[in-house]
Design a protein around this ligand. Structure first.
Ligand SMILES: Nc1ncnc2c1ncn2[C@@H]1O[C@H](COP(=O)(O)OP(=O)(O)OP(=O)(O)O)[C@@H](O)[C@H]1O
Length: 291
């Protein structure tokens, strides 16, 4: 699909949470760089959309512009029908727009001096201020697979994967409409990456939020994303339902990217997609229907 065709999918047609049109991000340099070059996309409620592409293709610039923390040269961003003002304009605090983020490194995104409960309650306070329902920090700890008695613990007492679970709890406690996760698993131990990504998928879809999941881990993307956007040199060169994209990639760049998927069996095979039974073990209540 061309970059000026909004991407994707079935859920997005009925209830777009995120609408991006003609987004351009330029850095003046030197040398000047067009990091995002006319990107349009839609993400529906309860939909998980992955953004993939090699380092430097513009993924983080796109994510930051969606969140309104990057200067846009042109284009519009709307969340739930309300414009996200570009950097530099007077605007609502980001949390009030219904957007939350999960970053790559939970060691820097969590405050080392504050308890887990206090930090998750920061998220819950955002939900309360917007009149949205949320749960107590202990309940959120349990939902992300941690001990609910850990509210008084501090980040240094946790592993990297556990910290990222807390960051996910804090973000979702805010009852966001859109969660933007920029390489949320790449700093984690390989053994926990899939579990953390699957957790992010199941909890985000359970609350009916949209998830923009940026990752260079294509095997994880294949397992959790309903749709995938392939970015190359600032443009979305191909997009569509994840399984279709893997089964029948159209763009030469997508073909070469998928050809570089890590091969767990050593035989050059792309990792299998998860079965419905496997998805069920993730506790995923809302796998959207695809057209
Ligand atoms: N603040 C900046 N000033 C100038 N150029 C920048 C800036 N941020 C990013 N760039 C350039 O914009 C392009 C896109 O960068 P971006 O970080 O968005 O890519 P990415 O796909 O997220 O890469 P990675 O996967 O390595 O994080 C790159 O050429 C990068 O060097």
């Amino acid at each position: 699909m061309a970059s000026d065709d909004p991407a994707p999918t079935a859920a997005a047609e009925t209830a777009p949470v995120l609408v991006v049109d003609g987004l351009v991000v330029r850095y003046p340099g030197p040398p000047p760089v067009v990091a995002v070059d006319g990107v349009s996309l839609r993400i529906g409620a309860g939909e998980v959309v992955a953004l993939v592409g090699e380092s430097g293709c513009g993924k983080s610039s796109l994510a930051r512009a969606v969140m309104g923390v990057e200067r846009r040269a042109s284009g519009t961003v709307e969340v739930d029908g309300a414009p996200v003002a570009p950097l530099g304009l007077r605007r609502r605090p980001l949390a009030q727009t219904g957007v939350q983020m999960v970053f790559q490194d939970p060691s820097t995104s969590l405050n080392p001096r504050r308890s887990l409960g206090a930090q998750i309650d920061d998220g819950a306070a955002v939900a309360r201020a917007r009149g949205s329902a949320t749960a107590e920090p202990a309940v959120w700890l349990e939902r992300v697979g941690l001990d609910p008695a850990w509210t008084s613990r501090h980040p240094h007492q946790l592993s990297g994967g556990q910290k990222q679970r807390v960051a996910i709890a804090r973000a979702l406690a805010a009852a966001p409409r859109l969660l933007v996760a920029d390489e949320p698993i790449s700093a984690l131990d390989a053994s926990t990456q899939t579990a953390v990504a699957a957790l992010m998928r199941s909890l985000t879809t359970a609350v009916g939020a949209a998830l923009l999941f940026i990752s260079h881990d294509l095997s994880v993307v294949r397992r959790i994303a309903d749709s995938t956007l392939v970015m190359h040199a600032g443009r979305i060169v191909e997009s569509g339902p994840t399984e279709l994209l893997w089964d029948d990639p159209q763009h030469p760049y997508t073909r070469s990217l998928l050809g570089a998927v890590p091969v767990p069996d050593g035989a050059g095979r792309i990792p299998a997609a998860p079965t419905e039974a496997e998805r069920a073990t993730w506790g995923d209540p809302a796998v959207p229907e695809r057209a």
